[in-house]
Design a protein around this ligand. Sequence first.
Ligand SMILES: CC(C)(COP(=O)(O)OP(=O)(O)OC[C@H]1O[C@@H](n2cnc3c(N)ncnc32)[C@H](O)[C@@H]1OP(=O)(O)O)[C@@H](O)C(=O)NCCC(=O)NCCS
Length: 182
Amino acid sequence: MSALPLTERRRIAGLHRWEDRQDSAIGWRLLHQLAGERDVTVRRGANGRPCSDSPVDVSLSHQGGWIAAVASGTGRIGIDVETLREVAPSLAQRCLSAAELAWLKGAQPGVPRSLRFSRLWTAKEAYLKATGVGLAADPREISIDHTGDEPRLLGLGAGCWRFSSWTPAPGVCVAVCVECEP
Ligand SMILES: CC(C)(COP(=O)(O)OP(=O)(O)OC[C@H]1O[C@@H](n2cnc3c(N)ncnc32)[C@H](O)[C@@H]1OP(=O)(O)O)[C@@H](O)C(=O)NCCC(=O)NCCS
């Protein structure tokens, strides 16, 4: 904690759960380390988004003791890590576009529904974090195609974003979204 700026130390100290304090503190140490390796600084920008000095961008995600931090030297970047969970149909309907819901309902032998949901959701959240909008946007208005090996953004600006998605351990899903040349 002592390596973090006072504002971050105060924010972290104010978090209710110790697990959240730990995840956020480690996450920000990782962000500072990634920035330090590139001779730039990291700070909290608009809408709570971590940011760095151009052209470097950074992103952070943490859930349930899983902490993921990334840096890019080529464009905006977002990351999301989630542990798999059963998702009620009503929640899926609030989070996913019609095309995503159809993919989720479709038959995929051997791939549990919770994993399919997490693949879509982490990719979508990584994109929303890369843009800095977060969940201020309606997530149903963003559509991710996951019929190929990697997620793909559908619609306007789709060619400007590249995704990578993987499971670092059973029950955990990670997605990264990075801005690229169209
Ligand atoms: C950014 C946001 C998307 C957070 O997502 P999350 O899944 O709760 O949390 P994550 O661990 O993935 O990300 C948290 C980190 O994102 C970063 N972050 C915060 N605001 C951000 C923004 N606008 N853009 C990009 N990154 C942001 C922060 O570094 C934060 O960690 P910190 O608080 O320790 O600094 C936020 O906008 C939000 O509203 N989350 C609500 C989650 C939700 O409602 N999920 C419903 C599932 S259907």
